[in-house]
Design a protein around this ligand. Structure first.
Ligand code: ADP
Ligand code: GLC
Length: 482
């Protein structure tokens, strides 16, 4: 196996800074890839949390003028992650979200902030950091989208580039007048360059110029090549379809392990599923639900956004909660959705419990204590919570889209008879098919043996990074010169 060096470029990374699944992926892939002979160093912005986590750092380069201020490129470690960090206080020394100002609006200089990481990545690709020249630069989402175009502007050899789409809804489009400020010559402002409907399209540029394009499930790889799923980029993706691939995400099975999870009231494995009742009780207590192990408890762990289809849960609440069933929701995001779920918890005291905000420990307890996890997404590139749910014996109820379609085996009659079902799927994403799936789940839940079979199947599925890491390693190798 030829050793390979990869520079991964990401705007968030678990466990240091996370707003969603991208962080989980960026945080877990490096160690999974190590087993495939791939050394990964990750380039991240120097947010306060990153600088705090960075140990043994040294400055490998100083930029006197870098997108409006001075900057240093640091190299160091955080836990088991090898990092390059752009220490540029004028861009990244800000509290809160990596993307949003305290008023909930995008930071006004996001174009400069994320062009900066792409610029530094391209510089590293061309030898800026002594002793480290990557074979491949792996750019994640629009924030890293300019990497291939910056690389294409310089002479000489360059690493291969892989652009991964985690969510095509976020495209990073900025006004054309920023071209010069971003260090992009006028010649790049063309349809086969960065130009996108008269703007500078960061993701578009990456998709246009990367050697390979991946997304996080085979079904989403197809969906984004359709007008509905491509959100404006489907034509370009169809044009480049020969280099587009879908590789499913995994989860870090050390972080997500019910046998050792310290966030749980009671650890367990598939051989003593009954121990989960202690987690159910702890969850009911924590969220003010009535203590009753004999009612079905549904969980949600999610960003609150249009994508996640949680309005279906609200619309279907009365049938969901009929027969005394309960709902716990952990989420943050859209304030209207927050208000609606808050109102639901008032309307159904003891039956609906919500926590708004980000809480890693509670996310684990919901997986370990709920009977079923709801993921009714309108679209879902991959989704990680359904994988965590499988590993924790909470049965996923998901819409049949994107990675949800690829990871869950619906408990239809044949799958039940064959003993392979892991959850419930519904399609189309409508209230009636959602409530049908919930009704099917409720019926099966009363059949303890059949339900435990689902749990066993889910817990036996390999949701780790092992298989996907091998696919990434093969992909990296396939784009190198022979
Ligand atoms: P997305 O990236 O679209 O938000 P994913 O399912 O891929 O969706 O990843 C979401 C990740 O964020 C999972 O690890 C999930 O457990 C976590 N998560 C989502 N919301 C919260 C929250 N409010 N508190 C803690 N963890 C959360
Ligand atoms: C995005 C997607 C989600 C995916 C995650 C990690 O945030 O919405 O489906 O699992 O990225 O790839």
């Amino acid at each position: 196996m030829r050793p390979l060096t990869v520079l991964s470029v990401t705007s968030e990374i678990f466990p240091i800074i996370k707003t969603g699944g991208l962080a989980d992926v960026a945080g877990a892939l490096p160690s999974a890839l190590a087993a495939e002979g791939v050394t990964v160093v990750t380039l991240v912005p120097g947010y306060p949390a990153v600088l705090k986590a960075l140990k043994g750092s040294e400055a490998v380069h100083r930029y006197p003028g870098f997108f409006g201020g001075t900057a240093r490129l640091l190299s160091g470690r955080a836990g088991d992650l090898d990092l390059f960090v752009i220490d540029a206080p004028h861009l990244f020394d800000r509290p809160g979200s990596p993307y949003l100002a305290p008023d909930g609006q995008d930071w006004p200089d996001n174009a400069q902030r994320f062009a900066a990481i792409a610029r530094a990545a391209a510089d590293i690709g061309q030898g800026l950091a002594p002793g480290f020249i990557p074979d491949v630069i792996h750019a994640h989402d629009w924030q890293a989208g300019l990497v291939p175009i910056y690389l294409s502007l310089a002479e000489g050899p360059r690493p291969a580039t892989v652009m991964t789409i985690h969510n095509i809804a976020f495209q990073g489009a900025f006004p054309a007048y920023l071209l010069f400020e971003l260090g992009l010559p006028a010649s790049t402002f063309t349809v086969d360059g960065v130009e996108y409907h008269g703007q500078i399209g960061f993701l578009k540029a990456g998709l246009q110029h990367a050697d390979r394009i991946t997304t996080v499930s085979p079904t989403y790889a197809k969906e984004i090549q359709t007008p509905d799923g491509g959100m404006g980029l489907d034509g370009l993706l169809r044009f480049r379809s020969r280099v587009v691939a879908g590789i499913l995400n995994g989860i870090d099975d050390n972080v997500w392990d019910p046998a050792t999870d310290t966030h749980l009231e009671q650890t367990y494995s598939r051989d003593n599923l009954n121990a989960r009742v202690a987690n159910k009780a702890a969850l009911q207590k924590r969220l003010g639900l009535s203590q009753n192990r004999d009612v079905m408890l549904f969980g949600v762990v999610s960003r609150l956004s249009e994508q996640k289809g949680l309005d279906l849960v609200l619309a279907g609440l009365s049938s969901l909660l009929s027969d005394g069933a309960q709902l716990v929701l952990l989420g943050s995001g859209d304030l209207i959705l927050e208000d609606s779920f808050r109102a639901a918890s008032i309307a159904y005291p003891g039956q609906v419990g919500c926590l708004f905000g980000y809480d890693e420990g509670l996310a684990h307890l919901i997986q370990g204590g709920s009977d079923a996890l709801l993921v009714p997404s309108r679209f879902e590139p991959c989704g990680l919570t359904q994988l965590c749910a499988m590993r924790y014996g909470s049965t996923p109820i998901v819409s049949r889209v994107g990675g949800l379609a690829d990871t869950i085996i619906d408990a239809n009659e044949m799958a039940l008879a064959a003993g392979v079902a892991t959850g419930f799927q519904f399609s189309p994403v409508t209230l009636s098919s959602f409530t049908d799936a919930v009704a099917r789940a409720k019926t099966l839940w009363r059949d303890r043996e059949a339900w435990q079979r689902l749990q066993h199947n889910g817990m036996s599925a390999d949701v780790s990074w092992r298989r996907p890491a091998k696919q990434y390693a093969d992909l990296y190798r396939s784009c190198l010169p022979t």
